[in-house]
Design a protein around this ligand. Structure first.
Ligand code: SF4
Length: 222
């Protein structure tokens, strides 16, 4: 089975977003500014967990002002990394992860981030969402990173009926043609941050009401 109306869904989301003119997500901004820098995308995705986009962007700039890339971070004093990223949540764990990953990338991959999912998943603490973000935003390769926004909106629309982001990724990747994959994360995340928000979604602004299970089952928001 293929999900043939995904192009229409994405276009309707883009139109609604265009009217609202929201900021780009941290990863999309990075992709546009850096023109394919998988290492920065990888570090940004680690930093972004439970952290606001603006904070992630600010910390990333400070981190890479001090350390130029994987080799510098592999050799860095862990306390210095912690001090720079202190304003993100879980900075102790994130600092250790950043250093460990940098060391592995230098030792095993000659300083280059691998561009396939199996090798990315072999890096310490890298799960499917992070690995898929690196593929999409760092290498421009077709993948569907599923975060809380992609998971929630896919379920509200009825594209999937799943309990976990991993299952959502599995179902979306089996029903959506590959040519659409690159646009899904960017569009759904912006939509989730600005219109189909976790609490009190702004259904009034949404052009997908007619095809949304959640709206049709509740229809209490306006
Ligand atoms: S109608 Fe409401 S719940 Fe459904 S996708 Fe749009 S904003 Fe989200």
């Amino acid at each position: 089975m293929t999900l043939d109306n995904i192009d229409i869904i994405i276009k309707k989301m883009e139109k609604a977003l265009h009217e609202k003119q929201p900021r780009h997500t941290a990863l999309r901004k990075l992709q546009m500014e850096e023109q394919d820098n998988p290492f920065k995308v990888l570090i940004a995705t680690i930093l972004s967990a439970r952290t606001r986009d603006e904070t992630t962007t600010k910390i990333l700039v400070n981190l890479f002002r001090r350390f130029k890339g994987a080799k510098d971070l592999a050799e860095a004093d862990i306390e210095e990394i912690k001090a720079i990223i202190r304003s993100t949540g879980f900075y102790n764990t994130k600092a250790e992860r950043i250093k460990n990953i940098s060391q592995l990338i230098v030792e095993k991959f000659n300083g280059e981030v691998p561009d396939n999912i199996e090798k990315l998943l072999g890096l310490p603490g890298v799960g499917r969402k992070t690995a898929n973000c690196v593929l999409v935003y760092g290498f421009n390769k077709a993948a569907i990173p599923v975060d809380v926004h992609v998971h929630r909106i896919s379920n509200r629309l009825g594209l999937v009926n799943t309990k976990t982001p991993e299952k959502t990724e599995f179902h979306l990747s089996h029903t959506i043609r590959k040519k659409h994959w690159l646009r899904i994360n960017q569009t759904f995340v912006m939509y989730g941050q600005n219109i189909c928000t976790p609490i009190k979604p702004k259904c009034k602004l949404c052009r997908l009401k007619g095809m949304c299970n959640f709206y049709q089952n509740t229809n209490t928001f306006a």
